[in-house]
Design a protein around this ligand. Structure first.
Ligand code: 8YV
Length: 322
């Protein structure tokens, strides 16, 4: 029996290729001289797509008409049109759960770096300035702070747990109130007004685009620290640069940007911004676990007809096929 043909549009963590070896044939599209020719020739045989950051829309899916499943690497899947996939009967899976602690650790690390200016202090030492003067006292402290979490999902809860251990109080905004002890605010503006740390963990996509705008930043206030470990699209970056420049908020710690890997030049110039190159989940063990979950979804689909972690848009489809 021929092995199921998996299309890989771009390079992925090695654990994916390792896990697929043997049971699947993998078509590495990015290695092709002319991907269009390869798709025209072999697109009809593709039954699965394994993907990281490559955008997948309806037009892409139409070029692989026999595809049954798109297995995405990462918990956020805003680069995939999951509704267009569902219309075509294609299941989409992501990799939730296995990266919660890693991303939460990054969020707290970024918060500490931002509040206590740790990267700036390290630069002071490396540049030899310690001999001349001590690093200036930081205006900010984490002590007594109130964190507002925008998007209290699994990662948000892991962050809340850590923040609580730091003695930071926690509140949140989601579309719907959850059965948790943290205070709930019905809008991002109200959450920001009640907080002096705004922690963004909400999914990206059209529904959340620029949810954090000038008004929210104004509400966060001059002692406010913004941390974003979710998607750059959630924040209006022009408004953020303005708010950081004018002192509307105190500082920002960002792991994600609107046009990665491009970073707004205004952010690069600012001393009160700590900038990381999207490393939230970027450890060998966690990325391996994410890769294994991509493989588990494909294996489970082709062996049992059930994906392990389908996204919400695929839920009806999964119910129908079982
Ligand atoms: C990865 C992420 O950077 O899971 C996500 O949504 O943003 C990160 O864990 C991304 O998946 C890498 O492709």
């Amino acid at each position: 029996m021929p092995r199921p043909l998996v299309l890989m549009p771009g390079p992925m963590n090695r654990s994916v290729a390792d896990g697929l070896a043997g049971g699947f044939e993998v078509l590495r599209l990015w290695e092709a001289d002319d991907p269009d020719v390869v798709l025209a020739e072999r697109g009809k045989d593709v039954v699965a797509v394994a993907t990281g950051g490559t955008p997948i829309d309806g037009a892409f899916l139409d070029r692989v008409p026999a595809v049954q499943i798109v297995a995405s690497f990462g918990v956020g899947y805003d680069q995939i049109d999951a509704a267009a996939a569902a219309e075509r009967g294609v299941v989409v899976t992501n990799t939730p759960g296995v990266l919660d602690d890693e991303v939460a650790d990054t969020a707290l690390g970024l918060l500490l770096m931002t509040a206590r200016e740790l990267p700036q202090a390290e630069r002071h030492l490396r540049d030899g300035h310690w001999h001349e003067r001590p690093y200036p006292l930081t205006k900010a402290t984490l002590t007594g702070r109130r964190m507002g979490i925008l998007g209290l999902g699994r990662i948000g809860e892991a962050i809340a747990h850590r923040a609580t251990a730091f003695g930071i109080s926690v509140a949140y905004h989601n579309r719907h109130r959850k059965d948790v002890d943290y205070d709930y605010y019905p809008t991002p503006v109200e959450l920001a007004a009640a907080s002096d740390i705004l922690m963004i963990v909400i999914p990206g996509g059209d529904e959340t685009r620029h949810l954090v705008n000038a008004e929210v930043l104004q509400a966060l206030g001059p002692d406010g620290i913004l941390v974003n470990v979710a998607r750059g699209s959630v924040v209006d970056e022009h408004a953020l640069v303005e708010a950081l420049r004018s002192g509307t908020i105190q500082s920002a710690g960002l792991d994600v940007f609107e046009h990665e890997p491009e970073v707004h030049p205004g952010l690069l110039e600012l001393d009160n911004a700590v900038l990381l190159p999207h490393v939230g989940s970027a450890t060998v063990p966690t990325r391996d676990a994410m890769g294994r979950l991509v493989v588990d979804n494909l294996v489970s689909w082709f062996e049992h007809g059930t994906p392990v972690t389908p996204v919400q848009e695929s839920a009806d489809l999964v119910r129908r096929t079982n």
